[in-house]
Design a protein around this ligand. Structure first.
Ligand code: C2E
Ligand code: MG
Ligand code: MG
Length: 733
């Protein structure tokens, strides 16, 4: 390989020599690109020969020009790596040639070394000023010439390398999506910015470099302080990692992430910062969207439970020294919302919830917080509350606004809410416990007749705990079969004959003993456990009545009254369950009397009416229990197919001519006759009461005067005793 190169060099040199022999050709070029090409410009052949031979021997490729004009042509054709230029030449001299060369950017970087016989310093200076890199003096010292040429070729090579690397760097910096910047500190001066700065900051790099304060001033006013703090941090040696907003001249706000490195003169003195800025606006926007979704309720756009709990916990974690630092918690549950939702559909329900959200927002200050926990449950956090009255005012304001009719389509709604209030939140260490107590107070407001507020008290808490305990005990009792039935006889007042029993649920708790239905029935209703409990009662009562009928044929016409809760009636599969129980027991539907309460009639009349009609068509009897204690309006009665009105014992106990109860019972019995219903009076405790009831044409009676509720054995005995005379009578005739 080396010999091949040598051979080529030789060849090239012989050509050069040849050319040199015929100077009319003027220019010589090399075909090899590995060798350095030196252009020698001189009008003196002797000089040309000496130098070109020396350079050829040193392995350079040679080109020759005998005038300035020729040299310039040759340079255009094939730019050499270095030019040796004679100063004194006919035509354009060396200085002029150099000047023209340097004015052409394409070739201006080629190093020029003047060859001069001139000894004066002035012309050397002039040559250097024109851009020459060096000069050599005639007569030539061959080693000096070679040394100088090599040095400048080396320099030139380094320069080209540098240029190329700069170009590469520039092209990389131009293609980046991130702003790359470099600045000097004290005073602040931008040294470099790549062009993408225009896209992100809206300014050309040159513009910002001219006015570096503009770059600093673009940091969003709200983020300036935080940024300053970070920049003045005590340990600035590590890289800075900052996220902040910039405010562009056109008003657009962008989020940027800046990573920067500070360089120091000494440990105290910073002197330069280099950094990269990414536009993270899209990421921030996505993050914001995600956070919003995670913290808000999608229907109402109010805060959701998670966000509310976080905020509440934050407040609870702070010290509350002053009275005005206190805050109150309101737990709001809409009254009758479920009925609206069930009867008018979820679309109307959703719209109503949205309107209620607006009402709540309109009732508080901007610093307060309102959230939707789910369903029709909302919470409010009222900040800086110093007096209870302030909270009550807000609560009343909400009630009032809800009662002003809310129009949705053609329907208008007058809503109310039950509101539980916790005033002194500072006693809580967790949001969950504060919410729990507000919830307890809300339940209290519900049970006190709704449309009101209740302040939480310790007593309520204990009640709630008691309730929870009872709930789990009822569940357990259902599983363990701790429930059973007592039967209270119902008799005809005119003949004294037995006409049926009322089945009453009983609970024998293994530790507490007998638990009153007045205690467990309301909890079972509230928790929905009344559905399985009621099913048990229904099944057991039907089975027992069928049993008695089988024992005593005369019992064939007796009715078994069973209390039904509205939760049972509203459960989807109520009719299926009823049919199954009745067919399993083989009891006729006419032997079963379902006792329901007045409130049920008011809750959802269309659906209830339809259900009652179905029950009536299937032969079941319906009795309206505790009549007189619910809604005072009697006008709705005629719309429902009811067989029996059962006058509440509170009237019976006060029955005495001249007292209002007496007249009420008279009115009820008269009304019942008109509507072809019969009347039962319950809670009859004395002979006198029975006498008055007879006077008022009451059909049937039930009460301690005749019999207390009896266990199965006692009821069986009772029945046998009651039916005996009849059977004796029937057997004797
Ligand atoms: P209710 O349906 O009005 O039942 C009549 C209540 O009056 C029974 O109380 C009964 O023991 C009581 N009573 C009967 N005669 C007299 C009397 O002369 N004087 C007095 N002071 N009270 C008398 P009990 O058994 O404690 O039941 C209370 C309530 O519990 C029932 O009222 C009924 O609403 C509910 N309940 C009982 N069992 C069931 C059931 O199986 N299902 C449902 N849903 N509720 C039930
Ligand atoms: Mg009853
Ligand atoms: Mg009753």
């Amino acid at each position: 390989m080396a010999s091949l190169i040598n051979a080529l060099n030789q060849n090239s040199f012989s050509q050069n020599s040849l050319s040199h022999n015929s100077p009319s050709q003027n220019l010589m070029t090399s075909s090899s690109s590995d060798q350095n090409l030196i252009l020698i410009v001189d009008d003196t052949p002797a000089n040309l020969t000496v130098i070109s031979e020396a350079l050829s021997d040193a392995g350079f490729e040679i080109a020759i020009a005998i005038s300035g004009e020729r040299a310039l042509e040759q340079i255009q054709r094939e730019p050499p790596d270095l030019i040796l230029l004679d100063i004194m030449m006919p035509g354009i001299g060396g200085f002029e040639t150099c000047k023209r060369l340097k004015s052409d950017p394409k070739v201006s970087m080629i190093p020029v070394i003047f060859m001069t016989a001139l000894a004066d310093v002035e012309s050397k200076i002039q040559g250097l000023e024109l851009g020459a890199v060096d000069y050599i003096t005639k007569p030539f010292q061959e080693r000096e010439v070679l040394a100088r040429i090599k040095t400048h070729l080396e320099l030139r090579k380094t320069q080209i390398k540098l240029q190329k690397s700069e170009q590469r760097l520039e092209s990389i910096l131009h293609s980046l999506k991130e702003v790359v910047w470099s600045a000097r500190l004290k005073p602040f001066e931008l040294l470099y910015l790549n062009p993408v700065v225009k896209q992100i900051y809206g300014h050309e790099p040159e513009q910002l470099i001219r006015d570096p304060l503009c770059w600093l001033e673009m940091v969003h006013p709200d983020d300036q302080l935080q940024l300053q703090k970070r920049l003045n941090a005590p340990d600035p040696s590590g890289p800075l990692d900052l996220e902040y907003r910039i405010l562009r001249l056109d008003g657009e706000v962008r989020w940027v992430h800046c990573q920067a490195h500070v360089y120091f003169h000494t440990t105290e003195q910073r002197f330069r910062v280099d950094g990269i800025v990414h536009d993270i606006s899209d990421r921030k926007q996505a993050e914001h969207q995600l956070r919003y979704t995670a913290e808000h309720d999608s229907l109402t756009n109010l805060a959701n439970r998670a966000y509310f709990v976080t905020q509440l916990n934050q407040l609870l974690g702070r010290p509350h020294d002053r009275k005005s630092d206190q805050f109150a918690l309101l737990f709001i549950d809409l009254d009758r919302f479920k009925a609206i939702n069930d009867s008018l559909g979820h679309n109307v329900g959703d719209q109503l919830l949205k309107r209620v959200s607006q009402v709540l927002l309109d009732s508080i200050r901007p610093t307060d917080l309102v959230a939707r926990l789910g369903g029709d449950e909302f919470t409010l956090l009222l900040r800086n509350v110093s007096e209870i009255e302030e909270v009550i005012i807000v609560s009343n304001r909400i009630q009032k606004k809800l009662q002003n009719s809310i129009q949705i389509g053609k329907k208008s709604f007058n809503m109310t809410a039950s509101i539980g209030i916790v005033i002194d939140c500072s006693q809580y260490d967790s949001a969950e416990s504060a919410l729990r107590d507000a919830d307890i107070a809300m339940y209290q407001a519900k049970s006190l007749g709704k449309a009101c507020h209740q302040l939480f008290s310790q007593e309520m808490y204990e009640q709630a705990i008691q309730k929870l305990r009872l709930e789990s005990e009822i569940k357990h009792a259902l599983q363990e079969g701790e429930f059973f039935l007592h039967y209270q006889p119902i008799k005809r007042l005119d003949t004294g004959e037995i006409c049926g029993f009322e089945a009453l649920a009983r609970w024998e708790h293994p530790v507490r003993g007998f638990v009153s239905p007045a205690e467990f029935i309301p909890i079972a209703e509230e928790t929905g456990l009344i559905v399985p409990l009621g099913e048990y009662v229904l099944r057991e009562a039907c089975r027992q009545m069928k049993n008695w009928q089988q024992m005593y044929p005369a019992a064939a016409g007796l009715t078994m009254s069973v209390n039904l809760s509205s939760r049972q009636l509203r459960s989807d599969n109520f009719l299926d369950i009823l049919h199954r129980i009745v067919s399993e027991s083989h009891l006729k539907s006419s032997n079963l009397k379902l006792e329901i309460t007045e409130s049920l009639l008011m809750e959802n009349s269309a659906a209830t009416l339809q259900l009652f009609q179905q029950l009536q068509d299937q032969g079941f009897r319906l009795s309206l229990d505790d009549f007189g204690t619910g809604y005072s309006s009697l006008s709705y009665l005629h719309r429902f197919p009811i067989n029996t009105l059962k006058i509440d014992r509170s009237f019976v106990q006060k029955i005495e001519p001249g007292l209002s109860s007496f007249e009420i019972i008279r009115t009820i019995t008269a009304l019942a006759k008109t509507l072809q219903m019969d009347v039962v009076a319950e809670g009859v405790e004395t002979a006198q009461q029975a006498e008055y009831l007879k006077e008022l044409h009451c059909d049937m009676v039930q009460g301690y005067f005749f019999s207390k509720p009896l266990n199965t054995a006692a009821a069986t005995q009772y029945l046998q005793d009651e039916l005996q005379p009849q059977s004796l009578l029937s057997s004797s005739t």
